[in-house]
Design a protein around this ligand. Structure first.
Ligand SMILES: Cc1cc2nc3c(=O)[nH]c(=O)nc-3n(C[C@H](O)[C@H](O)[C@H](O)COP(=O)(O)OP(=O)(O)OC[C@H]3O[C@@H](n4cnc5c(N)ncnc54)[C@H](O)[C@@H]3O)c2cc1C
Length: 319
């Protein structure tokens, strides 16, 4: 039995190191070896990282049908891999892609799947996972079966930490037959990605309904520009047509983890916080001193954001 981290592609996606850290901690607690299975072509791209995170072995599944992301081919490849490698727990970095693969894989393996997981622990000889539910309003803990427990880890609140002693993982090529697999859905037009992504921004200014009207969004834009960051907003601004959905932060929008998040006129609903609570520092401006956002904020300004933001812009511009 092993603890296995699954990933795909030849670039290491954001969040993977946090998953490796959580997987290592669990593998040590459960006394099981840690493996990393990668569907890709380049083992050298991951071997160094695997060593730093204490991985015992890297298994590389290469196949032309895995060249681009395709959930059917990936599921088939992983199902065949797990017929050879017995896994107690299988951890995936939770992304839009892995959300399509994890439940299918669990069904194929006759295992169980839990998404939105933020903590794993070994207790009474079993894996217990804690996950958010109902849009982040509730935390649920599940006792998982002894075999093929598929866990999608939401990494925004986790930290990556190298192993105390690096390992020397070998790369094991794994042959799988994907001859009969065809993707059932074809992407005919991918969304255009233009410019930097909110998910990668180091500094974000978020605006909420407390801005009063769409015209006041200029304040958010100017503050973001003065701080050298990007801007976004709450879902209500999208619903009201003030901003484009690509700028929505939260559970059903962008999940961000900036160094600094300035929340202006935002109440701090759990669904919004799901997209920004991993920020290192949150600064909140709200005229209601009891607003939920202040529970998350390191610095809070009780006041009218229409008066406070111009002062912050002046200060950020150096005068
Ligand atoms: C399934 C589901 C998914 C959701 N997904 C998301 C999501 O991805 N992202 C998201 O943001 N929301 C999401 N929501 C909505 C979420 O529950 C909240 O309704 C929303 O985040 C509230 O937006 P807000 O804080 O801008 O507005 P409000 O809740 O109306 O809060 C406005 C705040 O501004 C303050 N304020 C008012 N005037 C001023 C002023 N002049 N100066 C300073 N402060 C002022 C008020 O005190 C208040 O706290 C989701 C909801 C559901 C049910």
């Amino acid at each position: 039995m092993s603890v296995v981290v699954c990933s795909w592609g030849n670039t290491v996606e954001r969040g993977t190191e946090e998953v490796l850290t959580a997987a290592r901690a669990y593998s040590v607690a459960a006394g099981l070896p840690l493996r990393w299975v990668v569907a890709g072509t380049d083992c050298e791209a991951v071997r160094g990282l695997a060593a730093r995170y204490g991985v015992a072995a890297v298994d590389l599944i290469s196949h032309p049908k895995l060249a681009g992301y395709g959930p059917d081919a990936l599921t088939e490849a992983l199902a065949r891999y797990f017929a050879q490698v017995q896994a107690a727990a299988v951890l995936l970095n939770q992304t839009a892609e892995s959300r399509l693969v994890a439940p299918r894989l669990a069904t194929r393996l006759g295992g169980a799947v839990v998404t939105n997981v933020f903590a794993l622990r070994h207790e009474g000889g079993a894996l217990h996972v804690s996950a958010t539910a109902y849009g982040g309003d509730t935390h649920a803990t599940y006792r998982m079966p002894a075999k093929n427990s598929i866990v999608c880890v939401a990494t925004t609140t986790l930290a990556a930490e190298h192993a105390a002693a690096p390992t020397e993982p070998q790369c094991n090529p794994v042959d799988v037959d994907l001859g009969a697999v065809e993707e059932r859905f074809k992407v005919t037009a991918a969304p255009k990605a233009e410019g930097p992504r909110l998910e990668d921004a180091e500094i974000i200014v978020g605006g909420g309904r407390g801005l009063g009207k769409a015209d006041n969004l200029g304040l958010i834009r100017d503050l973001a520009a003065a701080l050298g960051g990007m801007w976004g907003g709450s879902r209500l601004l999208v619903d009201d047509g003030w901003i484009d959905a690509s700028r929505q932060i939260g559970l059903t929008g962008k999940i961000t983890r900036p160094r600094l998040y300035v929340a202006a006129g935002i109440s701090g609903a759990s669904q919004h916080m799901a997209g920004c609570s991993a920020a290192k520092t949150i600064v909140a401006i709200n005229k209601d001193r009891d607003a939920a956002i202040f529970r998350y904020a390191r610095f809070g300004i009780v006041g009218d954001c229409l008066e406070v933001i111009p002062e912050l812009i002046k200060a950020a511009r150096g005068g």
